[in-house]
Design a protein around this ligand. Structure first.
Ligand code: ZN
Ligand code: ZN
Length: 152
């Protein structure tokens, strides 16, 4: 294991997200706070639609799809939520205070998704791309397979 950090508490992460939003001049609306809170409760990535349903049930009110999409966009912008492109789903980053690139391990059987916080792999790819005269704007590093539990 390259990482020995304990996961931050939920309260800590919520406070951090609100602070980041302020620093980046993003509004911290109740839908954004609720969306982030819900994502922190989910270990598996969740689609925007499933999140909308979850929030509507949990808070017993009508939430507009557009505000959930905007909330997810804002949470990604401030760096506390990441999109798993191959699943078109979202997940809370477990250590947003650390500068890191995401490498996701997605279990195709149970949907569990782990993140490897890595600094080396992404940088190497960016450098390799530059050798080809390519300027990288965005990296998507996702590995699909079977998680430890499903392999048992
Ligand atoms: Zn992360
Ligand atoms: Zn699994």
């Amino acid at each position: 294991m390259s990482h020995s950090h304990a996961h931050d508490t939920k309260e800590h992460l919520l406070a951090y997200a609100e602070k980041r939003a302020g620093a980046m001049k993003q509004r911290w609306t109740s839908t954004r706070a609720e969306a982030y809170d819900a994502l922190l409760d989910h270990d598996a990535p969740i689609t925007a639609y499933a999140l909308l349903e979850y929030l509507s049930n949990r808070h017993a009110r009508d939430i507009k799809p557009a505000s959930v999409y905007r909330a997810l966009e804002a949470l990604c912008d401030i760096g506390v939520v990441v999109k798993i492109e191959s699943l078109n789903a979202f997940r809370a980053c477990r250590h947003p205070q650390e500068d890191h690139q995401h490498v996701f391990l997605v279990c195709d059987t149970c949907g569990h998704t782990d993140e490897i916080a890595d600094h080396g792999i992404g940088r190497r790819l960016t450098q390799e791309a530059a050798v080809h005269g390519f300027e990288t704007a965005r990296q998507v590093l996702e590995l699909h397979g079977l998680c430890g539990d499903c392999r048992k």
